[in-house]
Ligand binder design. Structure first.
Ligand SMILES: [Zn+2]
Ligand SMILES: [Zn+2]
Length: 280
């Protein structure tokens, strides 16, 4: 059973209105033993293009979590962030990680060549096959920069937004043959990324937002989780990526069977940036 949600957004993130305290109360109601807040920090996000930025006062954030930890001793509340990786933000990102006592840092790729693949113009410029490939290439480049983080977030997040998958989801289908082909075509770069993460001592997360997005799979796809294991990976956190209380621990009941099938008997929580293995 998974009793820890390690990827949660609140109104410190520009794309959520949910108060932290509401998330804590919901987590207690669900019987979770721990949660980790991971609000967005995306340095140099092209705010002028998208009309949104992903920055907040980290001091206020840490203080708010500290207060909730005192008010709700029945649950462990960890302090994390989701750092948007980008080749040109290494310096502020390293300073941030060094100057605060975070429990956990997720590193995620949200931008490709400074474009957000959430929007259709990304797919219009790159096309589907190249758009997916470029996401993995940028991921690898980001990992070579030397960022300080613990697990890599939503590994195949790009699949959520590519036109074939969106079309399948809109008609309540699961794009199985598309996933299989895409994983096959990108197998080499996916393996390079996994090997790089393992060599850096970093884990991956199982992000159940994929189920919420109706992909029929978590992010990453089970094949990538199994490959990570086969290549020697051991650090696997579980996160819902909830931006609203109703999605906290979303689809967590599906995870133990997936983990077992992929060769895992435990999952990982981070406290003070150190991994703790928990039995499934
Ligand atoms: Zn993300
Ligand atoms: Zn997130």
């Amino acid at each position: 059973m998974i009793r820890s949600d390690a990827h949660i957004h609140t109104n410190f993130s520009s794309d959520s209105d949910t108060p932290m305290e509401a998330m804590v109360q919901r987590a207690i109601a669900l019987g979770l033993s721990s949660i980790c807040f991971t609000d967005h920090i995306d340095y140099a996000f092209p705010a002028e293009t998208y009309g949104i930025d992903f920055l907040f006062s980290v001091e206020d954030y840490c203080a708010a979590i500290q207060k909730l930890s005192v008010d709700y001793p029945e649950i462990a509340i960890h302090t994390g962030i989701e750092l948007g990786l980008k080749p040109d933000i290494l310096s502020p990102a390293l300073s941030l990680a060094a100057s605060h006592s975070f429990d956990f840092i997720i590193g995620s790729t949200h931008l490709v060549d400074n474009i957000d693949p959430y929007y259709p113009d990304y797919w219009e410029s790159y096309g589907e096959e190249q758009g997916i490939k470029r996401y993995y290439e940028i991921t690898y480049e980001n990992l070579c920069q030397g960022f300080d983080f613990d697990v890599y977030g939503h590994f195949d997040y790009i699949l959520r937004y590519c036109p074939s998958v969106k079309q399948a989801c809109a008609s309540n289908h699961i794009a199985e043959s598309f996933y299989r082909n895409s994983l096959k075509k990108n197998r080499d770069i996916i393996h390079e990324i996994l090997i790089k993460l393992i060599s850096l001592g970093k884990g991956i997360e199982i992000n159940t937002g994929g189920f919420k997005a109706k992909l029929g799979h978590p992010n990453p796809h089970e094949q990538i989780i199994a490959d990570y294991r086969d290549l020697g990976g051991e650090l696997l956190t579980i996160g819902s990526d909830a931006h609203e209380t109703k999605y906290l621990a979303y689809a967590f009941e599906k995870i133990p069977a997936i983990l077992k099938k992929c060769g895992f008997s435990s999952y990982t929580e981070y406290k003070n940036r150190k991994p703790i293995q928990r039995p499934i």
